[in-house]
Design a protein around this ligand. Structure first.
Ligand code: PLP
Length: 473
């Protein structure tokens, strides 16, 4: 078993392992080649009864675990959205693990609570959240959106659903574009509102919510006796980074007295660039906002931040005070256990503090601007290719495209593009995923790795154009 001395020895080795891994990550096939069950079947069925030496465990890690890793920290990872990290973030995470703080109340570690409070001020200021709002770290955007919808539900019912359950005869409705992330539907479902009461609003050719469609959906519902509860504004959808008009949503929500939640899980990071601040026009009419520093802001998973206009509605919704959690100064400090679902909370503010200080705003802006630039370089190449079709506006650093030589049926195009994507991913030199836009099989490529440079654009472009050449050969 490890002791203080051997811990020190292995910890040094592990740091070397981490630095080497990040230096050499491009040498691995980016998408794991494991088949289902590969790892499961190579692990013993029962836990060891005797202590095993670290050397043996580490050998097994290389042999058994690494082949089953998909390399999210590789510049060849162009799939989903990035889950970026940084050296500063990793160091923060190491200290968090070591301190092992569970910061559910101020008293359980005053520094954890107060650092979180100050980091929320910093971040809110960086992205243009109104000064009077408050922020809190949640584990994921899914959790934050769930918190928003339940808070809206409680505020509208005068906090009575928490007490008595749903009143009979009242049906609450939630609105968002059909392009929104699945976490919205999940939240509506588990908040007890009923999946059928999630109204999917029609989108325009840019995949953003149509104003008339949103207004009409709400009016129709009111006429039919439904109770409009919440509108979700998608600021950067997952499929195509489409942007719902925040000001438009805000005005409609104000008119009808509806909670407005902004899902900027990915795009929120871009708001640190002054040239993207126009997206926040109308934010003062919103009630809550989520974005994930753990996607594009150099802070390793998990770290999602939730901003809320009226913290009292949030706290009143989630607060619970059993005798064993009461403390002397509860009325003057923040107890973040009352700001969301879990009691236990990791000290995630520490890595944010390390990241924000070690980079500074300017360096972070540089990283993001580089991604925007590289995306435009790749976009130019794609637009110049006679057989590539761009399927959505490029708002940030995501391109949605497909191969289309112009003479196939839609059905055939979908089949060929699926084959094309498999061919690209099978090389092991890039990992991209697909989505569906207007029923069209669409390939997505995100250029968002902190180490991305011209070389990567060139390499992935070679890969894509080669695969296109071969696809009908
Ligand atoms: C990634 C993403 C989510 C979900 O994020 P989690 O933190 O994994 O729950 C929600 N909405 C959008 C727009 C996203 O891009």
């Amino acid at each position: 078993m490890l002791n203080s001395k051997s811990f020190r020895e292995y910890a040094h080795k592990m740091v070397d392992w981490m630095a080497d891994y990040l230096d050499e990550v491009e040498k691995y096939p980016v998408l794991s080649r494991n088949q289902p069950g590969d790892l499961l079947n190579s692990l013993p069925s029962f836990a060891p009864s005797e202590s095993e030496p670290m050397d043996v465990i580490l050998q097994d890690m290389e042999k058994l675990i690494m082949p089953g890793i998909t390399h999210w920290q590789s510049p060849n990872f162009y799939a989903y959205f990035p889950a970026n990290s940084s050296y500063a973030s990793l160091l923060g995470e190491m200290i968090t693990a070591c301190l092992g703080v569970n910061g559910f109340s101020w008293v359980t570690s005053p520094a954890a609570t107060e650092l979180e409070e100050r980091m929320m001020d910093w971040l809110g200021d960086m992205i243009g959240i109104p000064k009077s709002w408050d922020g809190v770290i949640q584990s994921t955007a899914s959790e934050a959106t769930f918190v928003a919808i339940v808070s809206a539900r409680e505020q509208l019912s005068d906090f009575q659903i928490n007490e008595k359950g749903f009143p009979s005869g009242k049906v609450y409705r939630v609105y968002g574009s059909a392009q929104l992330h699945s976490s919205i539907e999940k939240a509506v479902k588990i908040a007890g509102l009923g999946r059928e009461n999630y109204v999917k609003v029609e989108v325009d050719e840019k995949f953003a919510m149509k104003k008339e469609a949103l207004g009409k959906a709400i009016k129709d519902d009111i006429e039919q006796g439904y109770v409009p509860l919440c509108v979700i504004n998608g600021m950067g959808t997952t499929s195509s980074t489409a942007m719902d008009d925040l000001e438009m949503c805000g005005e409609i929500c104000k008119e009808f007295g509806i909670w407005l939640h902004v899902d900027a899980a990915y795009a929120g990071a871009a708001l640190i660039l002054p040239e993207y601040q126009y997206l926040m026009k109308g934010i003062e009419m919103a009630d809550s906002f989520v974005f994930n520093p753990h996607k594009w802001l150099l802070t390793n998973f998990d770290c999602s931040v939730y901003f809320v206009k009226d913290k009292h509605s949030l706290i009143r919704t989630f607060q619970i005070s059993p005798a064993y959690l009461k403390a002397a100064n509860d009325d003057v400090v923040k107890n973040y256990r009352d700001w969301g679902l879990p009691l236990g909370r990791r000290f995630r503010a520490l890595k944010l503090w390390f990241v924000l200080r070690n980079f500074g705003i300017k360096e972070m802006q540089k990283v993001l601007r580089k991604h925007m630039e590289l995306t435009q370089v790749l976009l130019k190449k794609m637009e110049g290719h006679p057989q590539i079709e761009i399927l959505a506006p490029v708002n940030l650093n995501l391109i949605c495209f497909r191969y289309n030589p112009g003479y196939h049926t839609e059905e055939k195009l979908n089949q060929i593009n699926e084959k094309l994507l498999t061919r690209i991913n099978d090389t092991g030199n890039a990992f991209l995923i697909q989505t569906l836009l207007n029923e069209k099989y669409t390939i997505r490529i995100v250029l968002g790795h902190p180490k991305h440079e011209e070389r990567h654009v060139e390499e992935v472009w070679q890969l894509i154009s080669e695969a296109i050449k071969q696809i009908e050969a």
